[in-house]
Design a binder for this molecule. Structure first.
Ligand code: CA
Ligand code: CA
Ligand code: CA
Ligand code: CA
Length: 292
């Protein structure tokens, strides 16, 4: 059983959605059609539920683009390439009538929802049982467009179940499989091998040990194809995944609490090693997001 320090546990609880959200990849290759060229992922934060503050480089500094999308009560923010044009743009997952309803926009600007809002997943999927759906986003089938997903967890009871859908509509999961342990909570997704499909990853925290990343290259049950340690053994951190250099393969990162701010510690490849980008961006209470 994984045990996490209290501060880290609080951090993970606070950032679980954004962590999952952060796992979207912009593909450069696809089986059927050539999608738009990948633009590198860049940092952003959402303040107060609906103020998106995006920065166009992997450095500290002021926001280079600010706009409003959503409402002040929103706290599940996702980003993805919903239309397959190579840009990663906002989405909001809101609980409506006991379901998650997804509100997606195709531009990094204020405006209306571009995709008809649709229900997918729900916060408490199993009545009477302590269970949760964590929203995630990814291009599961490699067609260049990101779709919705949830990781369904029943803490301590069963392996997390990944329920992934290829289109931004209500419907059944096209990919449904178990991956992870009964006590896992750090869920990420990314294109670890650069083949155009996003697949699962786990980040496992244990007291006084560096976090272990367990990444899988296919959307099916099985073991990790990549396993390594990245992150600190003593700092409060949350994982983030993105294609920092735009080469079509996702890199990794950690967001570290530092004086009420987030320090981004990013690495270009999903491997052990040191951070290649380190900068402060966003306040601790902001929701970290990625964009392109
Ligand atoms: Ca797009
Ligand atoms: Ca897709
Ligand atoms: Ca892949
Ligand atoms: Ca990359």
């Amino acid at each position: 059983m994984t045990r996490t320090p209290a501060r880290l546990a609080a951090l993970l609880a606070a950032t679980a959605v954004s962590t999952a959200v952060a796992a979207v990849a912009i593909p450069t290759t696809a089986a059927t059609a050539a999608p738009a060229a990948a633009a590198p992922d860049r940092p952003g934060t959402v303040r107060g539920g609906n103020t998106w503050q995006l920065r166009d480089s992997l450095t500290g500094g002021a926001a280079t683009r600010t706009f409003s999308y959503g409402s002040t009560g929103d706290w599940r923010h996702v980003t993805g390439d919903w239309d397959g044009n190579g840009t990663r743009t906002p989405g909001i997952v809101r609980v409506v009538g006991g379901n998650y309803v997804w509100y997606l926009r195709n531009a990094n600007s204020a405006g209306a929802t571009d995709v008809t809002p649709f229900a997918y997943g729900r916060p408490s999927p199993i009545a009477g049982v302590e269970a949760s759906d964590f929203p995630i986003v990814g291009d599961w089938d490699g067609d260049g467009k990101d779709g919705p997903g949830v990781v369904r967890v029943r803490y301590g009871a069963a392996a997390p179940r990944w329920l992934l859908r290829d289109s931004t509509t209500t419907g059944a999961a096209q990919h449904d499989f178990a991956y992870g342990g009964a006590y896992d909570s750090g869920f990420v997704t990314g294109d670890w091998d650069g083949n155009g499909t996003d697949t699962p990853g786990l980040v496992r925290f244990a007291q006084q040990q560096r976090p272990t990343w367990l990444l899988r290259d296919v959307n099916a049950s099985g073991g990790a194809q990549r396993q390594f340690q990245y992150g600190s053994s003593f700092e409060a951190e949350a994982p983030v995944v993105g294609d920092w250099n735009g080469d079509g393969t996702d890199g990794i990162g950690m967001l570290r609490y530092e004086n009420r701010r987030n320090r981004w510690l990013l690495r270009e490849t999903p491997t052990a090693g040191s951070a290649q980008h380190s900068f402060l961006y966003g306040a601790w209470a902001d929701r970290p997001v990625l964009w392109s």
